[in-house]
Write a protein that binds this ligand. Structure first.
Ligand SMILES: *[C@@H]1O[C@H](CO)[C@@H](O)[C@H](O)[C@H]1NC(C)=O
Ligand SMILES: *[C@@H]1O[C@H](CO)[C@@H](O)[C@H](O)[C@H]1NC(C)=O
Length: 253
């Protein structure tokens, strides 16, 4: 009788595994190859340029505008990072600017200041929400634990610069101001949540529209690379799943 169920379970396993690449992720997948080839790529054509990203920094000098900018090299911009569990961001803080409180749901962040000073802070959710801040100088390194709300502030009169390394190829960014006031959450919910009135909520929404934060991370789904994970990593995953299902059933039978 168990035998009769086997095709059904196999089909179920195939369906479940097939959906994996499209679902929201809480972390980077383990890959079963050293790196992930773009779909349809000829392995013989892979050379140094596949492993190179040339657009992270467009010149360190110059930009002293009073704005905060971020340039990213994550799997979305740099497909060779797929499955490697690392990525980078280059951060430039104009005088008096802030990288507003935000979280990276899938990665710890290791920030190194290359032009300080820079004030950083994090909300320690493991210690009752204590706020830990530090005044960093050039050469200092600070770690923002995965999933904790954090921010950076250039409290000076000249530009500050930093690089951040992430423990995920797709760290993700949820900016708290944007998530709360730019996503269409009903005013009534925000009024009650912040113990304030409609006018204040509207004012906050309006201010954010006038001066939006840094551009949100592009969705990895738009890159051909995201498909490549499904393509090239699917077969080994499928094989492993089928082996597991087979093993389980050989015990039952
Ligand atoms: C490396 O590969 C790319 C893409 O296949 C190709 O355009 C480029 O010419 C190659 N470079 C060298 C030095 O072979
Ligand atoms: C910013 O600098 C001013 C003047 O030095 C200081 O009073 C203030 O505490 C600083 N703010 C932060 C958040 O470090």
């Amino acid at each position: 009788m168990a035998l009769a169920f086997r095709p059904l379970v196999l089909l179920l396993a195939v369906v479940v595994i097939h959906q994996l690449p499209r679902s929201a992720r809480a972390g980077d997948p383990d890959i079963l190859t050293d790196y992930v080839l773009p779909r349809g790529a000829d392995p013989a054509q892979i050379n140094g340029s596949f492993f190179t990203y040339t657009r992270l920094v467009s010149g360190l000098a110059g930009d002293t505008a009073a704005k905060f900018t971020v340039s990213k090299a994550t799997a979305a911009e740099f497909p060779a990072l797929l499955g490697q569990s690392v990525s980078y961001a280059a951060l430039v803080y104009g005088p008096g600017t802030v990288n507003p409180p935000h979280i990276h749901p899938r990665a710890s962040e290791l920030l190194v200041v290359v032009q300080g000073p820079l004030v950083v802070g994090l909300v320690d959710s493991a210690r009752g929400g204590a706020v830990h801040t530090a005044a960093l100088e050039t050469g200092d390194v600070f770690v923002f634990p995965k999933g904790m709300v954090h921010f950076q502030l250039n409290n000076g009169t000249t530009a500050a610069r930093a690089f951040s390394a992430f423990g995920s190829a797709s760290p993700g960014t949820t900016s708290l101001p944007a998530a709360l006031f730019e996503t269409g959450i009903d005013d009534a919910v925000l009024e009650k949540s912040f113990h304030t009135d409609k006018a204040t909520v509207e004012e906050l929404k309006h201010d954010l529209r006038e001066a939006p934060g840094p551009a949100p991370e592009p969705t990895p789904a738009n890159s051909a690379a995201a498909l490549a994970v499904g393509g090239s990593a699917l077969l080994p995953r499928l094989a492993a799943a089928l082996l597991c299902v087979g093993a389980a059933f050989s015990l039952v039978v």
